[in-house]
Write a protein that binds this ligand. Structure first.
Ligand code: 13P
Length: 254
């Protein structure tokens, strides 16, 4: 069984006091969580303040990016060791905004994924096609190429510990969510590709999140799909009430 994983990607939002207030509201509500995992991924600057707050609670901390070297002359970068030290257990890698604005390639992401695993961080590896690619009928080809490029250096037992996030670029921040059927179809393609990269047993154990305009009013039908194992939430993770409603998806299912 795959434990559902609901993660908030705060992107470049939140001062430290606002981050503390949001996480305190989440902690106050999520006292009885046993059948799902919750992760928040604040900006680096808030990690230090949040780590002692989430300690001993069901909420885990993730980073939004990292570099693959453990230390060195890489001005402005953050290493896996630094994320370990500050209490992160997850790290988002290869988000489409990093690919688009910071020219991250599948090859670079592959090295980051390897480094994260070497340092006991669970990578949330993001893949997804643009609108133009979907309109051209290339969505599956683009996503499978990204997956192969980002995971090619991994052994099957390493693939087993990953989380994949399918985030169609056209759905991010637009309110234009993929239909549950379209998302499910791509998740099935991703699982099939994971089986080719490792084996079916491993592929069946990997959690695949959907991301892109996940909101309180669409999370239930997305999470009802057999291959959707969680959500990577941007905008709606910045408001406690919205994110809590997303985390508690099943309780509202018809
Ligand atoms: P939105 O939920 O704001 O569309 O963002 C999705 C996302 O990019 C999460 O990583």
């Amino acid at each position: 069984m795959r434990t559902p994983l609901l993660a908030g990607n705060w992107k470049m939002h939140m001062t430290i006091p606002a981050a503390v207030e949001l996480v305190e509201a989440l902690i106050a509500d999520l006292t009885d969580l046993s059948d799902r995992e919750v992760v928040v991924c604040p900006p680096f600057t808030a990690l230090g303040a949040l780590a002692p707050l989430v300690d001993g609670t069901p909420i885990k901390l993730g980073a939004q990016n990292m570099y693959f070297e453990p230390q060195g002359a890489y001005t402005g970068e953050i290493s896996p060791l630094m994320l370990n030290e500050i209490g992160c257990t997850y790290v988002i890698l290869g988000h489409s905004e990093r690919r688009q604005y910071f020219n991250e390639s599948d090859e670079l992401i592959n090295r980051k994924v390897q480094a994260a695993l070497e340092h006991q961080l669970t990578p949330i590896v993001c893949v997804g096609e643009t609108k133009a690619e979907r309109d051209a009928g290339r969505a599956e080809e683009v996503v499978t190429t990204q997956l192969r490029g980002c995971l090619s250096l991994l052994k099957p037992e390493q693939v087993a510990t990953l989380v994949i996030a399918y985030e169609p670029v056209w759905a991010i921040g637009t309110g234009d969510t993929a239909t549950p059927a379209d998302a499910q179809a791509m998740h099935a393609v991703i699982r099939h590709t994971l089986a080719e990269l490792s084996n079916q047993q491993v592929a069946d154990s990997v959690r695949i999140q959907y991301g892109g305009s996940v909101k309180p009013n669409n999370v239930d039908e997305l999470m009802a799909q057999p291959d959707i194992d969680g959500a990577l939430v941007g905008g709606a993770s910045l408001k406690a009430a919205d994110f809590l409603r997303i985390v508690r998806y099943a309780e509202h299912r018809a």
